[in-house]
Design a protein around this ligand. Sequence first.
Ligand SMILES: CC(C)(COP(=O)(O)OP(=O)(O)OC[C@H]1O[C@@H](n2cnc3c(N)ncnc32)[C@H](O)[C@@H]1OP(=O)(O)O)[C@@H](O)C(=O)NCCC(=O)NCCS
Length: 177
Amino acid sequence: MRTPNDPIERVPDNKPTTPRAFRETDLDWVLALNRTVETELSPLTAPELMELVHAAFHATVAGQRYGFLIAFDQDASHASPNFLWFRQRHSRFVYVDRIAVSEDARGMGIARALYQDLFRKARAAGHDSIFCEINVDPPNPVSDTFHEQLGFTEVGQNRLTNGKSVRYMRKNIVESK
Ligand SMILES: CC(C)(COP(=O)(O)OP(=O)(O)OC[C@H]1O[C@@H](n2cnc3c(N)ncnc32)[C@H](O)[C@@H]1OP(=O)(O)O)[C@@H](O)C(=O)NCCC(=O)NCCS
């Protein structure tokens, strides 16, 4: 188990937290990581993951199999109830469909790096809002703290037909860097 005193900076590419674009060769490890966070996110098959990546505004991974992020803009052909909740209310936005970091690499700034990379790209494309949802039931207090620390604030709540309750979050990327 890696600890903060055993920094991941030692891995071969020497830039473990610099996000890069998702490649097809990332498929297996991203699916494996997703399997470990199905409660916080949702299950995903290989074809479903490739469909998300192809529809994405931004699909990135960080480091040596440490984390990934998939985000859509408002024009994506994506029908999840959470994405549609935002699309019914906003004409232009970026929505984070999923972000996860492997357990042994958490607490080292990887998710923050993935988000900051997304903020840069979204600003460059003229967006001002990043949206996402966080589970309320079952709760996800780590994600609550993580997103609030990044500057996200709650803009709504919803109970889904799958039994989950979620809170909807927004970050204004124009006001803050
Ligand atoms: C949420 C998650 C993506 C955070 O990834 P991470 O790489 O560990 O997060 P970071 O190291 O970038 O943390 C950034 C900040 O978030 C907060 N944070 C992260 N993990 C935390 C924890 N366990 N407890 C309290 N605060 C935490 C801290 O403020 C941290 O800043 P600091 O280290 O300067 O104090 C990760 O825990 C995860 O993959 N969880 C399972 C999947 C999930 O819940 N995804 C989100 C669904 S909405």
